[in-house]
Structures are given as C-alpha cells and as structure tokens.
Design a protein around this ligand. Structure first.
Ligand code: NAD
Length: 485
C-alpha cells in the first residue's frame, strides 16, 4: 500500500493473491487493506489537503506531465503487466497504456487552465450600485477525492480519476480493484518518482465492501469518483448522500448497435466484431445487442459469423490473440448462465455458446466468442450486462421501433447507428437515450479528452479530463464592493 509517501504493509499483515486469469498463476502477494488501513490512507490525504490546495498550478502541471513521460518510458513493462494481471491482449494493453499517457498529459495541461469567470453584476438593477461591484468566480479543489476503479481498464480508468483530481489541487485516496491492482500500484510508483508530495496520492487495495465502503462513508472524503457496476454505484450513491459528498458515477452499459437497411454492411460487421469481442467483451461500452433491420439481416449474419470464427482466442501475451480470458470464475459463470437461459428460451448459438476447456484453455477462464441469434427482449441477456464475448442478435422490422428497441434496458451508456443516410442517423440518434451515440462507428470508442458518461443506470456526471476537473472543484463566487469614488 502507498500511504503518505511510503510503501507500507497492512496493519494486520493480511495479504491478497493476485492471479493471472489466463492460467491462474500467482503474480504477486500484496497487502490486503483493512478498514483501519483505509482510515490511515484517508487521514494522510486529509492532512495533505491544505498543502495540495496551495501547490501552484504550474507545479501540479509539471508533476503530471512528468508522470506521463515516465509512463511512456515504462510503457512496455506497464502493458505486459496489464496483459498478465487482467488478461487483456497485449495490443489492447498497449493501447490502454498509450491512452493513460494522454490522460495524464491532458490533465497536466488542464491544471493550467482552471479558469473563473467575471459576472456582470451591473446587468442586475437591484440593489443600487451594482456598477461599482465586481463579481467573479474561482474554482477551488473539493479537498479529498476517493477514487474507486474497476478491473477492466486497471490503469487508464484510475488515471481518469487521479490525474484530474491532482490537476485540480485535491488529494486522493485510490482503491484499485482486487482483481487488477498491479497497474495502479505501478502508476503510484511513477507519481512518487515524479515528485508528487507525500500524502497527495494514497493507494489501498482491499475488498470493496470494506475499504471502498470506508472511503465512501468517511466524513473526511469530499467527493467520490467511482467506475464500476451499476448496483455498486447505486449503493455508493446512497451512502455518499449521508455526508453530502459529490459523486461521479461511471457505471454499466447494455450498448445497442443499430444497423439500418441502407448501411454499409461490411463496415457494420467489422465494427460489430471489434466492439463486441474486444477484450472479451469486458468493456463497459462493448456492443451487447446488435439490432438488425430485416433488409440487412441475412448479409450481416453471414459475414459476421465468418469474421467471429476467425478470432483467435488465447494467451493475452501473444500478439496474434484477439480474445483473452474472463477476469474470474464468477464472471465466467455469469456468462454461462445468461447464455443457457437465452438458449433455453429459444435463442440460437450460431457459433460458440460454451466455455473453452481443453488444451491451452484448461487453466484459464476462457469463453468462446458467441453469436446468439433470435434474442428477444424477454430474455435476461437482452437486459442484463453480460461482460463477456457474446453478441445478442435482435430484429426490428418497423422504422419507428428502433429507438424503443435501443432504449429497452435500464442502461444508457453508448449506442451506435449504421446508415448511409446521415439525416436519418441523426434523427434516430436524438431518440436514443445514451451518453454518446456514434454514427457509423463502434460503441466501444472513447476519447480521453471528450465528454464521457452515461444516463439512466449508466451513471451521472461526466469524465473527459476538463469535465472531471470541473466536477472535482467547487465554484466560489467572490464579490468586491469597489465603493463609489
Ligand atoms: P465492481 O463494481 O465490482 O467493482 C468496481 C470497484 O468498486 C472495485 O474497486 C471494487 O472493489 C469496488 N467496490 C465493490 N463494492 C464496493 C462497495 N460496496 N463500496 C465501495 N466500493 C466497492 O465492478 P467491476 O466488476 O470491477 O467492473 C465491471 C463493471 O464496471 C461493469 O459493470 C462495467 O460496465 C463497469 N464499467 C463502467 C465503465 C464506465 O466508464 N461507465 C468503465 C469500465 C467499467
């Protein structure tokens, strides 16, 4: 654990085994934080918050840019660590590392542009004398930020919390996931090396219900930035309300891809493959439902099945691997259960539909890339987030039903529409309830400097570095009475 600038053991010496999901190899034994350890980390962040708020913007910027540069220098080692710790294919792990460099760089730049605004008080006729008053806003750090992140982007999603928080002059207590803690811990080393003062960033790994709960309920923590499951997010939001904390929630999704009858089917198929099966579908923005119009159904399915059958499932460290393992047994069992439920109710597995258990797959958590046709909205798979390599194919015949089909879950993260008629695409995009709609592109894209977040049970608040800085600062309004003369 990293507390107050020192690498320390858990108070009760408990440890946590970190496993490689591709083969169950023990990668590391790390301290497993207790509630008391979480309190120590919170106390360190709380003590440091005054110092952090006084550190000049150019200093905060310099440190963040230095971390970005150190990460770039160590990118090979970081990518391999991500691949081994969470089973992400190396090519995708490299992309995540490169994106984290960008996130840190954007945050380093943003630290220098946290602007206030002058308010024209003389536009307000009462009380008299407003022409002699000067009103302006400044943005102040909220104080201590609790950063709780999931396993699937163990580096970049943590950086989307830590980097904007530091840019804004806050201190941080970070809780990386127990299933993928190593990239976050390595990142903390880079912050240390870059000269981040003691106590500004503290990192503890331990069970969410204990360590996460302590962070969420502590009255010394002023804001929670959480990414994870929607139900966890809902519980966090309820608890955080008791101490009136700011909360940013980036939660689950059930992202639809709509293919209209005038779509470029080739482009739609390659997008569907990448966004459904990338990182075995363990991506919040992965395509979960593919909603086909009658006109493209036959052609789309034929091409899609053929492309899915070419995917190479295997060792994440091999460059030719497209689809790696599922993070843990629990995740694997959930996929199995949802697919079994769907096939029992009439869905048809055109390809895949089962765990992979023989040969190189025997020690890992592998599930075959699966195309499930004839899914209808009564099946659990059509509404529950599956977090696995499964495409649920659905059909819509009437133009007016596409938006309803897309909006039929409690989620609203991202959606995509394939059409060669831009006006038709934009009209439909406006009816789809989601944080982002991509026209003729994959659901699973995110740009680290762009607004990102969901509606409905997919979250509240927005990330994207400058928006996260806004969320993690408080607006203060200052008025000066200049007097009459
Ligand atoms: P999770 O909710 O199980 O865990 C996320 C983090 O929350 C972990 O660090 C965990 O230890 C912690 N946690 C668990 N219970 C807690 C509690 N009671 N109090 C405080 N913290 C607690 O999620 P996961 O399985 O690691 O990640 C997958 C989920 O994350 C999916 O639902 C996915 O869609 C979502 N996700 C969303 C986004 C997004 O930006 N919207 C991005 C990635 C993942």
């Amino acid at each position: 654990m990293y507390i107050d600038g020192r690498w320390v053991d858990s108070g009760d010496s408990a440890t946590l085994e970190v496993l490689n999901p591709a083969n169950q190899e023990v990668l590391a034994l790390i301290p497993k934080a207790s509630r008391e350890d979480a309190r120590r980390a919170i106390d360190a962040a709380f003590e440091a918050r005054e110092r952090a708020s006084k550190l000049a913007a150019h200093e905060r910027s310099r440190i963040l840019l230095k971390v970005a540069s150190l990460l770039e220098q160590n990118s090979r080692e970081m990518a391999v660590l991500i691949a081994r710790n969470v089973g992400k294919p190396l090519v995708d792990a490299e992309a995540e590392t490169a994106r984290a460099v960008l996130t840190l760089t954007f945050a380093g730049e943003e630290a220098k542009r946290i602007y206030g605004q002058t308010i024209p008080l003389d536009a307000h006729p009462i009380p008299a004398g407003n022409e002699n008053r000067l009103g302006f806003t400044i943005r102040e750090p909220v104080g201590v930020v609790g950063a709780i992140s999931p396993f699937n982007f163990p580096l970049n999603l943590l950086m989307h919390k830590v980097a904007p928080a530091i840019a804004a002059g806050n201190t941080v207590v970070a809780k990386p996931p127990s299933d993928g803690p190593l990239p976050g811990l390595m990142a903390a080393k880079l912050f240390e090396e870059a000269g981040l003062p003691n106590g500004f960033l503290n990192v503890v790994v331990g069970p969410g219900e204990v360590v996460g709960d302590e962070i969420v309920t502590s009255d010394k923590v002023n804001a929670i930035s959480f990414t994870g499951d929607s139900e966890t997010g809902r519980q966090i939001s309820e608890k955080a309300a008791r101490t009136n904390k700011k909360v940013i929630l980036e939660l689950g999704g059930h992202n639809p891809m709509i293919v209209l009858d005038d779509a470029d089917v080739g482009a739609a198929v390659s997008s569907a493959v990448a966004s459904t099966f990338g990182y075995s579908g363990q991506v919040c923005t992965a395509t979960r439902r593919i909603i086909l119009s009658e006109g493209v159904r036959g052609k789309f399915l034929a091409h899609f099945e053929e492309s899915v059958n070419k995917l190479r499932v295997g060792n994440p460290l091999e460059r030719t691997t497209n689809v790696g393992p599922i993070i843990n047994r629990r995740g694997l069992e959930k996929i199995e259960r949802l697919v079994e439920d769907a096939t029992a109710r009439g869905a048809v597995a055109k390809t895949g539909g089962a765990r992979l258990v023989s040969g190189e797959y025997s020690r890992g958590n592998f599930y075959a890339p699966t195309v499930l046709d004839k899914v209808d909205k009564g099946m659990e798979i059509a509404s529950k987030e599956i977090f696995g390599p499964v495409a649920a194919i659905m059909k819509v015949t009437r133009e007016e039903d596409f938006a309803d089909a897309a909006n039929s879950t409690v989620y609203g993260l991202q959606a995509s529409i394939f059409t060669s008629n831009l006006a038709r695409g934009i009209k439909l995009a406006k009816k789809v309830k989601a944080g982002a709609v991509l026209i003729n592109d994959r659901t699973n894209l995110r740009w680290d400097n762009a607004p990102f977040g969901g509606v409905k049970m997919s979250g509240m608040g927005r990330e994207g570095v400058s928006l996260a800085v806004t969320e993690l600062t408080d607006l203060k309004f200052i008025v000066v009475n200049l007097g009459e003369s």
